[in-house]
Design a protein around this ligand. Sequence first.
Ligand SMILES: Nc1ncnc2c1ncn2[C@@H]1O[C@H](COP(=O)(O)OP(=O)(O)OP(=O)(O)O)[C@@H](O)[C@H]1O
Length: 710
Amino acid sequence: MTSIDHALSQERTYHDLCRAALARMTEGAGEQVVTGEDVSASGADAEVLGFHLRSYAKELREEPESPLFFGRLDLADGQSHYIGRRRITEHPADPPLVVDWRAPVSRAFYQASARDPQGVLVRRRFGWAPWSKGASEDLTGMEDERLTDLGDECLTGIADERPAAGGQGGGVPEGGILAAEIERPRVGPMRDIAATIQPEQDDLVRSPLTASVCVQGAPGTGKTAVGLHRAAYLLYTYPQRLTRAGLLILGPNRAFLSYVSEVLPALGEGGIRQSTVDDEIARHPVRAHDGPAAAAVKHDPRMAAVLHRALYGRVAEPDEAVEVPDGSYRWRIPLGELRRIVEEVRAEAPPYAVGRERVRTRAVRALQLRAERRGGPPGNEWLRRMGRSRAIGAFVDAVWPKVRPEEIVAEVLTDPRDPLLTADERRAVRWAKPPRSWRSARWSAADLVLIDEVAGLIERPESYGHVVVDEAQDLSPMQCRAIARRVAFGSVTVLGDLAQGTTPWAARDWSSLLAHLGRETAAVVPLTTGFRVPAVIVELANRLLGALDVDVPPGRSLRADGELAVREVREVTTATVEAVRAALTREGSVGVIADAGRVPELLAALDAAGVRAVGVAEGSGGGEADGPGEASGPGEAREGAGTGEVPRVSVLPATLAKGLEYDHVIAVEPAEIAAAEDRGLHRLYVVLTRAVSRLDVLHRLPLPAEMTPG
Ligand SMILES: Nc1ncnc2c1ncn2[C@@H]1O[C@H](COP(=O)(O)OP(=O)(O)OP(=O)(O)O)[C@@H](O)[C@H]1O
């Protein structure tokens, strides 16, 4: 037996030990649920403790089956730590068999280097065979890096009887195991990257809860991965604060959310809210569609001032004194004093609903002062009676009326008159046929953003402790404000790429977007190394950058593998079917991406040719896409798509490609994608950067000039 075989065998034995300990932890957690409820001091305690223990037991039971550790650190102080996705112990008081990757001691696994060993002698990485549920662990290899000269003889090797997962990598400095991980064919939803987080990513993942950060990164640099791992890190490191205040993940559409939905559960953090901005603010179904001119005005930040003015236009100056009967007596508040009360409350600028109550309270206080002067302090019952009196009620309704956000938005859209908007802009947003009342209004997606703005002026929504915003470059100023309201006292992680901005209001620089999010001072941190797209494909996509009018550095790939074929064909539908057939002879997922108008015909052609494919549909409220329908991400089969097994081929409109990835992408007729919208070249840039291994570009029409070299 060679020394590597011997070491592998020892590590397998250790893994078996951990597996057995985890089984005991799961069993023990189940028992604790029963005893925990019995030993609690009160019913309420029992409920809280019971809930906590049940959640923990459920989490352990539902732990996705995966290797229990992926790394080991041998430290200069003689200690060794195995690093995995969750802490495993024989007994809670014993030193752990496996340390959680988020624990402070694990940091060196990601950050230590020969130049800065951070007390590490040897860092060991484990390679495992591709994992499938129910399969037993299969340790295929390991690599040691000696970071300090004091280290023992180091081992590097792949167990010779089994190939390493995904093969050997080229151009990846970290060596075989990292290369194998990033080149592993994609099947199903996005995976976690806990085993291979890179130092620049780790810095972002572990920045403190109070720090708001903005990550600008080229396609495939791991922004989404970083955002999700940061969420998991924060939940682990600040459990109390975040359990109380909550953490929210915002993505561009439901297809994307479905694609990333399994990362957090795999990291042991289920139950985190993952949503879109549109879904977060949806008080009504979307039943109308705005033209580009109306949408542009409604998403403009000036609308915040327009709505503010419209709401506070309801506040009126008192025009007569108030007289309140009290038995045989009448209290009187003179007009001047009432005017002062309203003016003062306005100047304090509380939320509108609070202002209304403040006006009422101060009017009652004015009565109280008079009553005290006359006969000593009145009791609470008297104060309540005065507050509820018809005269005070009528006064408050007249000067600070109760109002619904929908009424204000309906008023503005029925008769827009604010001088902040130009005549053309007012015409663009004016309802052609105003509804009889706001109750019967058909709202557009942008109207819901306006309603949310007014709702936020009336009553502040509860603040999350942290919000992760993905694909943030596409947010409008008004959407940013909706997010800012929901994280007034927390922090944000903003992830995006200015080059991938495709909405009419997409940001051209981060500073204005951060200002709308109320986070002007957040640091903008670049991520530059691409893990998804092979260099040969990045080079093609980079040709478009010059035409995108944004100041971002060209993408740079860690991957020297990958294949690119750009082919002019006689007929794209037939050529697509052939390309899909050829792609299916290789491993991994296949994504056919085309202009939305072409998708039905491509799906029909694949169906006629007997190729099983799933159509990725527009999600209702899906980012820029208006309209109903459920979304499905890569790896999620829709009804009718087949039985049980998930088809490997997805066909999707270019508008839904953002954030997704496929091993093999077939981009159909780039000229159509580029011509379909104002920011069509940005869209094409997104489409070309979805491929993990292979990209086929099929075209009959001439390629957009920007795609050709020179
Ligand atoms: N450190 C890493 N180790 C292994 N794989 C990684 C690493 N970082 C990123 N990846 C992989 O690279 C791919 C791209 O990551 P991700 O989707 O997070 O990038 P992105 O910057 O959000 O891309 P885009 O802007 O194109 O949506 C994913 O498959 C991810 O798992």
